[in-house]
Design a protein around this ligand. Sequence first.
Ligand code: AMP
Ligand code: MG
Length: 492
Amino acid sequence: MFPEFTLRYARLPERCYARFEPVPVASPRLVAFNRPLAEELGFDLAAFDAEEAAVWFAGNVVPRGAEPLAQAYAGHQFGGFVPSLGDGRAVLLGEVTDREGRLRDIQLKGAGATPFSRGGDGRAPLGPVLREYLVSEGMRALGIPTTRSLAAVTTGERVYRGLPEPGAILTRVAASHLRVGTFQYFAARGDVEAVRELADHAIQRHYPELQERPASERYLALVEAVAARQAALVAQWMGVGFIHGVMNTDNTAISGETIDYGPCAFMEAYDPRTVFSSIDEGGRYAYRNQPWIAQWNLARFAETLIPLIDDDQQRAIERATAVIEAYEARYEAEWLAVMRAKLGLATAEEGDQALVEALLEAMHTGRADFTRTFRQLADVAESEAAEPPFLEGFRATEAVTEWLPRWRARLAREGVAMADIAARLRAVNPCYIPRNHKVQEALSAAADHDDFGPFETLREVLANPFTEQPGREAYARPAAPEERVLRTFCGT
Ligand code: AMP
Ligand code: MG
């Protein structure tokens, strides 16, 4: 069933990982499978059998050609450096080459205690596995770079997180699992050679165009390229109200994909200070901080490469600092591009940023739902009659009533028919996002009642976020006060 493995990471110096075989589980059952992704990865599905697949995706049998391992990494967690983290419950089987010729990692998350587990059980509860499945695939459908979810199995075993919960394993697919923390692990040990090998590996996999650059430029160019992808990524998060929740350096992928869906959640009523994660007491990873945390993480990445950037350390620091400072303008430009599109604008004018900010301010004072407000702009663009239901989403309407004619005047200068503007708006402003109460409902039904119906329905809804799906209006509306989810948990 599995395509051929390539084994690129396993060929890096042995100190980059610990060989580790997944620990077999009692009774694997396949509860979710991503057929289109499996096809993209070149799996042979002709004789697909769910029972057999469950055994593979549980790690009970290691596929031929795989050399399972746990990756070493370090990381800044909430600002504090932890020199040794590593895959405490994830096993990389190896890489496969997808239909487009790209290498993709296949990892089993929840596969048992590894040499990096530090006392943890190496397992994952079903709820968080399904959350990662739903949200990562939802992000993908929204057009946002992300790791993917190929399969979820339940293990037939219980895991204990206070209370017993069904255990599960997620098969995660990533462009790679290289993180800022992977580089930090070796930099902290003064192992410049390993850092260089990792950097060359990262360039080969994710930024092959840099291979031709002379060594004196290549590593600074890598920082710049990673910064560019992070700027674009975080701007896209901001555009859908996504709050990652644990933007630690070990959860910052060098590929520019969103990785590690722990306590992540989507903002409903617009408030830039929004935080969901129960462990983020200081609000370090609040919605509005995300762009600047990404910059901070990039600075940590640049630090690991200092010895490779320039022989003169002072000079290396200066050059790296300039790149990290340039991230700011780059991010602002990415954000403005995202927000212009969300207002239906394809041309650029001086006053656009102020126009965006004025709407956000009106949403903030009006406690308006982020997703719904932008989605309804399409109706408003098409007809003035759509204004009253749009305004109902605001608790205070003065600011937004002033804003609407400004926006209409700006749209007129686009010089295209309003029907075209509306089509543009509907193509970028989703109708459906993984609303927290709907995610919670799906997780609870599965974990508490072994009912995967709500999970399946939500998965289907999220697969087509830009198209209204008749009968599924409940998935488009914000949580009622009694349904609201205010806190999310890592659940690891
Ligand atoms: P995360 O919060 O998922 O990014 O994980 C942070 C670190 O804790 C990583 O090194 C994980 O491998 C480790 N970890 C998380 N959950 C477990 C677990 N149940 N058992 C062992 N290690 C874990
Ligand atoms: Mg992590």
